[in-house]
Design a protein around this ligand. Sequence first.
Ligand code: UDP
Ligand code: MG
Length: 139
Amino acid sequence: MSTNRTFTMIKPDAVANGHIGSIINDFTNAGFKIIALKYTKLTDETAGQFYAVHAERPFYKDLVSFMSSGPIVAAILEKDNAIEDFRKLIGATNPAEAAEGTIRQKYAKSIDANAVHGSDSDENAEIEGNFFFKADERF
Ligand code: UDP
Ligand code: MG
């Protein structure tokens, strides 16, 4: 069953480069409603847990240290067809391959520092949202 929700993070590169406001504006202009929002910072340990599904990938260690290198913005967003529409809004993992006008094309410079995270399934959106937000932090 589709929950119409996705989970996102504005990653340390986009935060450091001053793009929080523009990116949240892109979320809302695309029709996503904010259900939960938090400015926070991952540790090596929590970033490792969040990305545990990628533990066997060659980029895992660098990804974990990058994601804990500075503050992030975590959010749960809601819209019809949220997972697919949000992946379309952010663009390809590698910003060099991301379509014109997508968030990664506009704000990311490399495949590792690629500005935003977006859940890949309803199931993972649920797990990832629960990682950051309690029930009374969602509105
Ligand atoms: N990543 C990387 N190198 C790669 C592939 C991925 O550094 O070759 C990083 C990148 O930050 C990406 C994250 O690992 O966003 C998770 O990878 P995934 O394949 O799930 O891409 P996404 O779902 O974020 O597009
Ligand atoms: Mg992914």
